[in-house]
Ligand binder design. Structure first.
Ligand code: PMV
Length: 380
């Protein structure tokens, strides 16, 4: 099923790509290119697929492609928002090799699945089996929510297509990048970019297009406040699949997204910051609300369900578990800064009558029996 879908996609792309140019006949059949691509920040987010194989989203999204010649206002001056990728295709190579950030990546590396997929599609279109050496470097932290997969895959698709001398349109590049990672479909294009979800089952109408050029509103900037460079624990792929599966709010999100897409386009057209700021916050909150409404993966570290949380109107967590797991959970919670006290309470009885010895009243003097004790009831 998966192979059939990919074969159909490749033949679709091959028929619309007229300009496949052959290698020049030199001593060595060699071609080398180096490209650079930047991440994008989605202002209307892509979150959830209707087709896992063809990476077709449930709804459209809009992003701005970021300028890799960014300025660092303070902090680590070395961060540059782009991926540089070099591809060498040569008949001197005996096997394929892919390096990302100086590490040799193999095809069984799950996180590079999308890259290998995109390379396969491009090779099939070019009908090439020549070996490739691909070296890719991010000048910013990988997988920390800065969309490294978008720039990484966009750079790779662009570089490999150039090295294979494929003359692909931005629409074709976007479709192939989409097969590597959804958000990458937008990073092969500059400016303000809209990825239309499309309606067709074969994904041929699901690609990104520029809606405003980078110069349309030159004043607009994205100030990125980096608080952590740690890799996120759940990939977007797994997170969105869990949301689609388990969130009741998700249907509501999909229902409202078309209006937000339109409002955002209008905000850009009018260059209206107040409108834009409001829509991007509503949208961000909306996506995060569906994430909060996602109940998969909570107990991923332990491999089975050992506890669930519930919050009332205040900030204190109640963790519902059974006694045999209290040790593991206490151990875990004790490492979280900010938890001052941990109380364990079982399921209790209703009101009950206590002995007169427990009375808080000194009947002789008609006063509280022990004021310090009474006070202790209210001081934690
Ligand atoms: O394309 P992925 O698998 O990296 O998912 C991207 C998801 C978000 O970054 C959260 C939103 C988006 O549209 O870029």
């Amino acid at each position: 099923m998966a192979t059939k879908k990919l074969t159909t996609l490749c033949s679709f792309l091959a028929t619309v790509s007229a300009g496949v140019v052959g290698f020049e006949n030199e001593i060595y059949h060699e071609s080398m290119v180096t490209v650079r691509a930047s991440p994008n920040i989605a202002l209307i987010k892509y979150w959830g697929k209707r087709d896992q194989i063809l990476m077709l989203p449930h709804h459209s999204s809009i992003s701005i492609t970021l300028d890799g010649d960014n300025e660092v206002l303070y902090g680590d001056k070395n961060i540059k928002l782009f991926t540089t990728t070099s591809v060498l295709i040569s008949n001197r190579l005996t096997h394929d090799e892919l390096y990302i950030n100086e590490e040799l990546i193999t095809s069984d590396d799950q996180s590079a699945h999308g890259l290998f997929r995109a390379i396969k599609i491009l090779r099939d279109i070019a009908d090439s089996r020549e070996k490739m050496l691909i070296v890719s470097e991010n000048l910013f932290p990988t997988a920390a929510g800065l969309a490294s997969s978008a720039s990484g895959i966009a750079a790779l698709v662009f570089a490999v297509s150039m090295a294979l001398k494929l003359d692909l349109s931005s629409r074709q590049l976007s479709i192939i990048a989409r097969m590597g990672s959804g958000s990458a479909s937008r990073s092969v294009i500059g400016g303000v970019v809209r990825w239309n979800s499309g309606l067709r089952d074969d994904g041929s109408d699901s690609f990104a297009q520029q809606i405003y050029s980078p110069n349309y509103w030159p004043e607009i900037v994205d100030l990125i406040a980096i608080v952590s460079l740690e890799e996120k624990k759940t990939s977007s792929r797994d997170g969105m699949a869990a949301t689609v599966k388990s969130s009741g709010l998700y249907k509501e999100r999909v229902r409202g997204v078309d209006e937000r897409l339109q409002d955002l386009e209008n905000a850009f057209r009018e260059q209206n910051l107040a409108k834009l700021a409001k829509i991007v916050m509503i949208e961000s909150n909306n996506m995060h609300a569906t994430m909060l409404d996602t109940i998969e993966d909570l107990n991923r570290d332990t491999g089975s369900v050992i506890a669930g949380y519930t919050f009332d109107a205040g900030p204190n967590a109640h963790i519902i578990t059974v006694k045999k797991y209290v040790g593991i959970i206490t151990d875990r919670l004790s490492k979280i800064e900010g938890i001052k006290t941990l109380i364990m309470a079982g399921v209790g009885e209703g009101p009950r009558l206590l002995d007169s010895s427990d009375s808080l009243i000194n009947r002789e003097v008609l006063k509280p029996r022990d004021p310090s004790r009474a006070g202790a009831l209210y001081t934690l």
